[in-house]
Design a protein around this ligand. Sequence first.
Ligand code: AVJ
Length: 310
Amino acid sequence: MTETLTRLDSPFARDVVRGLAQHRKTIPARYFYDMRGSELFEEITQLPEYYPTRTELGLLRDHAADLARFAGRHPTVIEFGAGSATKTPLLLDAVAAQTYVGIDISADFLEESTAALSASRPGLEVVAVPGDFTHALDLPPLKGERIGFFSGSTIGNFEHRAAVDLLRSFRATLGEDALLVIAIDTRKNPHLLEAAYDDAAGVTAEFNLNLLRRINRELEGTIPVEAFEHRAIWHDGLGRIEMHLVAREDVTFEAAGEHFAMRGGETIHTENSYKYTLPEARLLARTAGWEPLAFWTDEREMFGLHVWTT
Ligand code: AVJ
């Protein structure tokens, strides 16, 4: 009983109820990442259509020497979000980091990624800071140069104003004379974008639908998942990919103790993934108090890796 009460009173429950009660229904994208959602995202990163992960890895590899030139002699890498087993080591090696600080709201994911890093590099000092990186954080005293790392183009999940606020918080957390290495996906042919977010194997569809399954699992939901389908659309005016869950027919269901009804064709908007031209990315940097220092992209300009300074 207590268990039920706490679960139906969690931030997830509150955000689901608030989002589904709206005329235009939404659920924040951060709730994709339960255990199953994280597995599915890992699968997405391997899909032939999903270019971001492999392109970012290529850029980190190709520009290791450039990154080393910007870094000082005893750098600390401060990662916003739990580290990826593939990308984080590439940056740490490129700059010969002495210290690594991982910041993530999920203590479990953070514990997993920092433990793996410590185990694989005995010489590295590893610090886990459980916390919400969308707010300025007090870090423990750090020696050496500070290099922030925000990978995956996660910045794309934030609306422009929220992205500016986030980048200002990073600046406050990192302090003066810091660098930020940030991955930002580029604007490109809409067909390529829509394929990347609606893959032939249906993994992204499953990732999107898992949000409904998660509500059913955790919030006593009765959502008829088969009555929904995945949709990814490029919105050119807003410069973003939108993911939706579309009701195929009229549906009614319960979730987190509330009753909801949707008409056939009505959607739940589950994610925005903003894409930036180079001038847009530079404007974003300057608006948030950063100075662009370097930008690297691949041959086909599929993805961008930026280095900014304070
Ligand atoms: C993790 C937010 C960067 O927007 O590409 C992948 C999430 N959603 N496929 C992205 C995602 C659908 C991803 N980010």
